[in-house]
Write a protein that binds this ligand. Sequence first.
Ligand code: ACO
Length: 344
Amino acid sequence: MTTEELNSPQGYKTPVGILGVGHFVPEEIVTNADLTKFVDTSDEWIVSRTGIRARRRAAPHQATSDLAVEAGRRALQAAGTRAEDLDLIIVATMTPDCPMPATSTMVQHQLGATRAGGFDLNIACSGFVYALITGAQFVASGTFRRVLVIGADCMTRLMNWKDRSTCVLFGDGAGAVVLGPVEPGYGIVGIHAGVNGAGGPSLTVNAGGSRMPSWSEGVDSSDYYLQMEGPEVFRFAVSVMGEAAIKALENGGFTPDQVSLFIPHQANARIIEASRKRLNLPHERVFSNVEHYGNTSCGSVPLALSEALEQGRIQDGDLIALVGFGGGLSWASAAIRWGGKKES
Ligand code: ACO
């Protein structure tokens, strides 16, 4: 099988679409001005380099599963699906509550999804789109009818608040979708995914795994923080984001000019603007909420999708394109014809 065939969903036995979307963010808003009280930065620098004005921070008692459960609950409500009817829960996260048990098991329990299986998926900020196209395979094959896909992260837990080059960029949040069969011609019509492991060292959290366990010699707190070669990741993101969208669209037989709304990973307004230009789309056909939330990693794309729907930016029949990118280095994309919901 060629890569092209692997990336094409044309072989779907059952068309798969998004039946409902929801999101949840913690209450506390941390503005750029708040950050200037303890780190050498300015609102002007952050806004001009990233477009970010504020981010949310989880309360001490909140962990990723808490955000995921609430986003999942809202997606189920929007879809009109009962938790008991779920077949599978996939949680994309790089900040699980703990290494074991998986966050998806906590979500299953909290939601009361008594029949559902579950697993976590970690491919950094690309996680949600990877989880979306993974979950879709189960519906497409006819194996499952209802799959809950959640992207959730508490990125502030990985921040070194003394490192101004990273701590201003990230926030906490979650988004979720319910996948199920849709009418022919609707749903996920094109997908694409890739990694470039050679770029891995440019975006890391070094400790806490099997290479550098907590008790190993020389480990200090900085090894638990997210570390990033910002300009390198920036160049990667600019080169990959538009291309990934184009490949997913091409796999479905579409071109960028047919896209009604482009929903990219919300990491940096300059990266979003570069991909908008690459796709030659007008501003009104690109969605961004990075200003309010910063980079919420796996939460980013579904949180943007959820807000786009709330704002009436997506109508039945619209072609939308989702793209995630992040550590790995990694990326994934999906083209979706919105609507076509069947009565369950
Ligand atoms: N406030 C003030 N000055 C700062 C700050 C700050 N918060 N951060 C860095 N600077 C300074 C630097 O020290 C540097 O100063 P110097 O020239 O005196 O050395 C100067 O600003 C320029 O620094 P750069 O890093 O070159 O700034 P750049 O324009 O590249 O912007 C940024 C940095 C915003 C991080 C950009 O590179 C970026 O967005 N990169 C991509 C990040 C990203 O998308 N990450 C996705 C992660 S996805 C995942 O999987 C987790």
